[in-house]
Design a protein around this ligand. Structure first.
Ligand code: F6P
Length: 324
């Protein structure tokens, strides 16, 4: 018989993403609205291992909507991959009387949540939150829009100095093994080239295109490179060798993970956080709160764990078409 859900736990795990706080707020207040008890779990799955739990009320999530980071803190927790450690977590979950868990995070977070469901039978819901936007089953993750905007703002500034000095820049963005950030940032910055791990690139052809651009009167060139596409310093050195021009590298790094979430990231956090709680109450037991073609849907969690999301090749090509 299906267990009535009266008490949920909420945690954030993996790399933080702007909008995680907004998602915590949405989960906590949606649950309180349905008269559920809410327990906050500190430091993601590590907090389950150590029973680092505290009760959450409406005020505990006051004034956090606009703040970057996560008030519940987050760690990467390799111990959770071992069953012997997970058994401690299961004991603590039972001891605290949790009937379900909402996990806010990315791919690793989704995989761990699914494992908990499979081994313990606990209903779990994932709110996809990651700057990388690489979770299968949702068109967008909480935090992606903010990271893209942060990178675009930074690269616009790089364009100013690149134009003054008539230079070529390689701007490296995050994204782990995927090019979602790079692809969108490249298009929005009018980059001359975008390098992503999903598409093999030929530096000889890229240099020829840069050369043509310069002959047509371009005074600067920006190559947006995903961190997973290789070593940005080696790419810069190779362009220097071929074009006999100095190339500068700017690694944007962790600024992409911080800052106040954009309205879009807050909106997604509110809708997906609320959907996660509703999905659990409707009887979903392993669910991804997702946005698909502008609709908010309770998607099955297993495909999100097993399958790989693909980049939009048309959008990728468009950057090159528009960089004439
Ligand atoms: O998943 C988010 C992300 O920022 C990736 O883009 C990046 O590769 C990674 O996390 C960095 O991880 P860490 O926080 O462990 O340095």
């Amino acid at each position: 018989m299906k267990k009535h859900i009266k008490h949920i736990g909420v945690l954030t795990s993996g790399g933080d993403a702007p909008g995680m706080n907004a998602a915590i707020r949405a989960v906590v207040r949606s649950a309180l609205d349905r008269k559920l008890k809410v327990t906050g779990v500190e430091r993601g799955y590590h907090g389950l291992l150590t029973a680092d739990f505290h009760p959450m009320d409406s005020r505990s999530v006051g004034n956090i909507l606009s703040r970057g980071g996560t008030i519940l803190h987050t760690v990467r927790c390799p111990e959770f991959r071992e069953r012997v450690h997970r058994n401690h977590a299961y004991k603590n979950i039972r001891g605290a009387g949790l009937d379900a868990l909402v996990a806010i995070g990315g791919n690793g977070t989704s995989a761990a949540a699914y494992t908990i469901h499979r081994e313990l039978g606990l209903p779990v819901a994932v709110v996809p939150a990651s700057i990388d936007n690489d979770i299968y089953g949702t068109d967008e993750t909480v935090g992606f829009d903010t990271a893209v905007n942060t990178a675009v703002e930074a690269i616009d500034k790089i364009r100013d100095t690149a134009s003054s000095h008539e230079r070529i820049f390689v701007a490296e963005v995050m994204g782990r093994e995927n090019g979602f950030i790079a692809q969108e940032v490249g298009l929005c910055c009018g980059a001359e080239a975008v390098l992503v791990p999903e598409v093999p690139f030929d530096l000889k052809r890229i240099c020829q295109a840069l050369e043509l651009g310069h002959r047509r009167g371009k005074v600067s060139s920006i190559i947006v490179m995903a961190e997973g596409a290789g070593d940005s310093r080696k790419v810069a050195a190779e362009i220097t060798r071929r074009m006999k021009l100095e190339v500068r590298v700017s690694v944007l790094g962790y600024i992409q993970r911080g800052g106040s979430p954009t309205a879009r990231s807050r909106f997604l956090a509110a809708r997906l956080g609320n959907l996660a709680v509703r999905s659990l109450l409707e009887g979903h037991v392993a669910v991804l709160a997702a946005i698909q073609k502008s609709a908010f849907v309770s998607a099955p969690l297993l495909p999100a764990v097993r399958k790989t999301k693909r980049i939009d090749h048309q959008a990728y090509q468009l950057t090159y078409q528009l960089a004439l």
